[in-house]
Design a protein around this ligand. Sequence first.
Ligand code: NAD
Length: 281
Amino acid sequence: MKTLDQFDLTGRSGIVTGAASGIGLAYAEVLAEAGAKVTLTDVDAAGAEREAKRLADQGYQTRWDVCDVSDLAQVAQAFDNHVAAFGGCDVAFANAGLDVGNGFWTPEGNRNPEGQIDVYDPERWYKSIGINLNGCFHTVREAARVMKANEANGYRRGGSIVITSSNAAEVNEAIVGVPYMAAKAGVKHFMRHSAYELAAYGIRVNAIAPGPFVTNIGDGWVKKNPAAKKAWDELVPVGRMAETYQIKPLALLLASDAGSYMTGSHVMIDGGMQLGPIKPL
Ligand code: NAD
């Protein structure tokens, strides 16, 4: 087989959580570009519908579903709907996530009095864990359930699960809130165990750990605040935040047969932020 043919997803299907915006939308686009049938899910139903229709208008086979990843029943329903529509599931991106704010540093680089541990708002902690960590568990749980059933359903055996982690799983990225770092570190190790357990079923599990990408995360502050964007650009060794198209090749590698020997990997795509301190105290 020619190398580039291993990236072809013709005849396959994939589902993405948090697909109405940013990195999740880029995942949905690259799946479609590679030939897969795609379900875009999001807690923002209007956004998922809008983007699924936009891709369908370009000739891709897409559908959409509303799905809040913090609610296991909604995640299970979204996966069941995907299988009912496409016969099985080859690829699942557990991507939905958010930053609840209140980092140790403000985006502008000042100490944030509300971001210190001794006064940290517990409700923000619970919300972050509920979406970033529990939501990941719900999605991987349901992906494993439907992928294990693929072969018995007369569909292709196994599948690929790709989780969106963060460089904050590895380094003390004190600008994002501390629960975000804790959740993503949890995501990383949950991914590693899931990969170990599911390998025997032909299911690969990997995580993409992005550094700073220009998306709508944190209410899109980076798009609204040029000074904060500039401050972030200067924290990155390559000198700039990333655009979402830059994550597509890595996403396709992990989703497709091109990544057939990769499982349990936490792959950094961070412009080198892992190489040094994010910001000195
Ligand atoms: P984004 O805000 O542009 O997109 C996130 C999408 O997830 C939105 O469409 C939002 O509606 C959806 N969402 C939020 N809560 C949800 C929920 N409970 N259930 C379902 N959908 C929900 O942000 P993004 O930057 O594209 O974030 C995507 C993933 O990338 C997240 O897991 C985030 O932690 C991760 N990430 C982002 C960056 C970055 O710099 N942008 C860096 C590292 C990791």
